[in-house]
Structures are given as structure tokens and as C-alpha cells.
Ligand binder design. Structure first.
Ligand code: UD1
Length: 360
């Protein structure tokens, strides 16, 4: 009989990691995948559009938790998912990444002794002020099997005393999605659709450390105005950032003909703009990897990264929030060849499936 395997998604970065694995699970006679959407992200542009673009179909169940404080949101997911587990008694649960849904569902599943696997395990920013870092640590210590993307992940887990038997290096699942979608996003000319001429950069910023303090956000916006003298800036704005710009009364900084704020974009639209850009200014995790794969310059406005390989082997540079303009020389360099990074090959989902078969 095929085994019921739950794949849990909650917030935007989860869907693009779940999609390639879900497809293989659906194609396999050994597994009966069950897609759980916690509803941590709920707007169409933050969630539904990704289910559509990746051909994932509708989730088998939606927990509809929505936004709340971290404690409340995590607790609501824990409670709602425990009920699903008790009813369905799955053979395994796969949790992904570092969001509140990841930690809540791994706690619910492991307490019920359901074999639980963490996809994208072992990443560490070593910054416990980031909610994602706490989610990563707790999830990794709860789960039975840890699928890591790179050697630094294995080393971080070993340093924390986790047995090597639990660790399987499968590679970078985001790159599976990128490889599968590349023809599609290269065929889409979003730059033209938005009527942009000349050089452009893509901006994404939503980390609390950058957007939740008036002075920091004002300094960033001031610097982006300066950058807009040389580049068109396209900024798909996260709801958290939009709310902060408005509540701090900083909207006038965005009144510049070369600053184009747009709502959060689908994967195809977003990656079309990234691939045709001169580079990206971000504080996201995944975008550091996507720009590295594409050989595009990336300034990451953070003091640390849980993805050090993007710096040692890739095109990423960490900068403080006060040094955006002074670091902009990276965007004038000639394009670089794509770095070749081990296991960033579009075959991570296959290795996950092999590992899952061994576990079950
Ligand atoms: C969450 C993740 C973060 C991830 C990010 C990607 C955690 C701890 N954080 O942060 O790791 O990089 O998602 O987007 O899990 N909102 C909407 N519509 C939505 C979702 C959220 O308007 O569909 C609003 C919320 O009401 C809130 C703000 O956006 O005001 C922030 O959302 P929240 O889920 O709290 O955290 P993120 O900053 O999105």
C-alpha cells in the first residue's frame, strides 16, 4: 500500500521548495502525498499564485491560520495540525525551510511519533534575533531526518551534536524549481510589460531589522532615491514593508520616477525581472541563492547569512543598511559566468525521494 506523506507549506518561500518534490511523490506508486497549507500566508499574491504557477493544484487541506503574533500564530498551527495528524495518521511528514509553520508542524508531528523530515536543514545565520533562526534550530533538533543543501549545513548540525545518521545531503531544492521554470521566466518579458528602459535593479526588503525601525527604513529609502539616479528600481513590496512605510509616513521617498513599487509578484514575473536585471538588493534568503545561480550581483542588507556558500562561491555580498549606495559599484561590473556549485543541479527532489524510500 502506498504511504501517506504530508508536505507542509505555510509562507511564500515554502511553495517553490515543495513543488518539485510534490511532483515526484505524486508520480511515484509508493507514495500518496497530502499537501497541507497552514495559511500563514493567505493573500493570492503571497500564496495562491504559487500553487498555480508551479502546477501544485489546491492543497488537500488548508488550516487557514492567517496572521498573528509569533506565539499565537505558531500555537494556532500546532493545534490545527495536531488534529489533522490524529485523524489521518500519516506515515511521514515533510516540513520545509524556516517559517513558523515549519516549527509548529514539526513539533506536532514528532510529539505523535510520526517520522518527520526537514527539507533545507542545517542552515544557520548564528543570529538568534531572527525568528527564522530559532525556527531552524528547534526544527532540526526535533526532526528524524535532515535533508541539507550544502556541506556547511552538515557541519552546523554535527557541531550541535546531531548524529550523522540523521543527515542526508540532498542539495538545493530551490534550484530544481529554477531549472524547471527558467525557460518560462526567460520567455516572459516583464521589463517590457512594465515599460522599463535602460538598466534596472530589483529590490526586496521585508526583514524586521530593516523595516521595523523608522531611522533604518528612512536611511534605506534615502539611499534608494540616490540609486534611482542611475538605475530604475523595481520593488515588489512585501505587505509588512508597505505597512511600515505608510505608518512611519515615509511615502514621499517613493515619489521618484525611477522607483517602481509593485505588489508582490508571482515566481515567473519576479524571476523574469531578476534575470534581466543588473542585480538585486535584498534581505531575503532564497534570492541570495537565485542570483548566485544566475551569476548576478546581489547586495544582501544583513549582518549575516545562513547561506555562506553564496558568498564564498557565489555573487552575494553582505552589507550594513547604511552602505547600499557606497556598495553600488557591484552593479556596474561585467556579467559573471554562472558558478558551478555541487548539488545545485536540479536533481535534489530525486535525491529526496531516494532518501524517503530508504526511511520508510
Ligand atoms: C514570513 C516568514 C519569513 C519569510 C517571509 C516571506 C516567519 C517567522 N517568517 O515573514 O521567514 O521570509 O514570510 O514572505 O515565518 N501579510 C499579508 N498577507 C499575507 C501574509 C502576510 O498581508 O498573505 C501581512 C501580515 O498581516 C503581516 C505582514 O504581512 O502584517 C507580515 O507577515 P508575517 O507572516 O507575519 O511574516 P513575514 O514578514 O511575511
Amino acid at each position: 500500500m502506498s504511504k501517506e506523506v504530508h508536505v507542509v507549506v505555510g509562507a511564500r518561500p515554502n511553495q517553490m521548495k515543495a513543488a518539485p518534490l510534490l511532483k515526484l511523490l505524486r508520480d511515484s506508486p509508493d507514495f500518496d502525498p497530502f499537501l497541507v497549507d497552514t495559511g500563514q500566508h493567505y493573500d493570492h499574491e503571497m500564496a495562491g499564485i504559487f500553487f498555480e504557477q508551479f502546477g501544485m493544484g489546491s492543497p488537500n487541506i488548508s488550516l487557514n491560520v492567517g496572521s498573528a503574533t509569533h506565539g499565537k500564530q505558531t500555537a494556532q498551527i500546532l493545534e490545527a495540525y495536531e488534529a489533522v495528524l490524529l485523524e489521518r495518521q500519516p506515515d511521514a511528514v515533510i516540513v520545509i525551510g524556516d517559517v513558523n509553520s515549519t516549527v509548529a508542524c514539526s513539533l506536532a508531528a514528532t510529539k505523535l511519533h510520526v517520522p518527520t523530515i526537514h527539507l533545507e536543514a542545517g542552515l544557520r545565520s548564528n543570529d538568534r534575533k531572527m525568528p527564522e533562526e530559532l525556527n531552524r534550530i528547534v526544527t532540526d533538533h526535533l526532526c528524524d531526518l535532515l535533508w541539507t543543501p550544502s556541506p556547511d549545513g552538515d557541519e552546523n548540525l554535527s557541531r550541535e551534536g546531531i548524529s550523522s545518521e540523521k543527515i542526508v545531503r540532498v542539495g538545493n531544492i530551490m534550484i530544481d524549481t529554477l531549472v524547471q521554470m527558467e525557460d518560462l521566466f526567460k520567455a516572459r518579458n516583464m521589463k517590457q510589460e512594465l515599460g522599463i528602459q535602460g538598466r534596472h535593479l530589483v529590490v526586496t526588503l521585508h526583514r524586521p531589522s530593516n523595516v521595523d525601525h523608522t531611522e533604518v527604513l528612512e536611511s534605506i529609502l534615502h539611499q534608494l532615491q540616490t540609486m534611482a539616479e542611475s538605475f530604475t528600481l523595481i520593488w515588489p513590496m512585501h505587505p509588512r514593508t508597505k505597512a511600515r512605510v505608510e505608518s512611519f509616513g515615509l511615502n514621499t521617498y517613493l515619489d521618484h520616477p525611477n522607483i517602481r513599487c509593485v505588489p508582490p509578484l508571482g515566481y515567473v514575473e519576479f524571476m523574469s525581472l531578476v534575470a534581466s536585471s543588473n542585480g538585486v538588493i535584498t534581505d531575503s534568503g532564497g534570492i541570495q541563492e537565485e542570483t548566485t545561480y544566475l551569476g548576478l550581483p546581489c547586495l544582501t542588507v544583513r549582518p549575516n547569512t545562513e547561506r555562506p556558500i553564496t558568498i564564498t562561491q557565489g555573487t552575494n555580498r553582505l552589507i550594513p543598511s547604511s552602505e547600499i549606495t557606497t556598495s553600488s559599484d557591484v552593479f556596474s561590473k561585467k556579467s559573471m559566468p554562472r558558478p558551478m556549485i555541487d548539488l545545485w543541479d536540479g536533481k535534489t527532489a530525486e535525491r529526496c525521494l531516494d532518501s524517503l524510500k530508504k526511511l520508510l
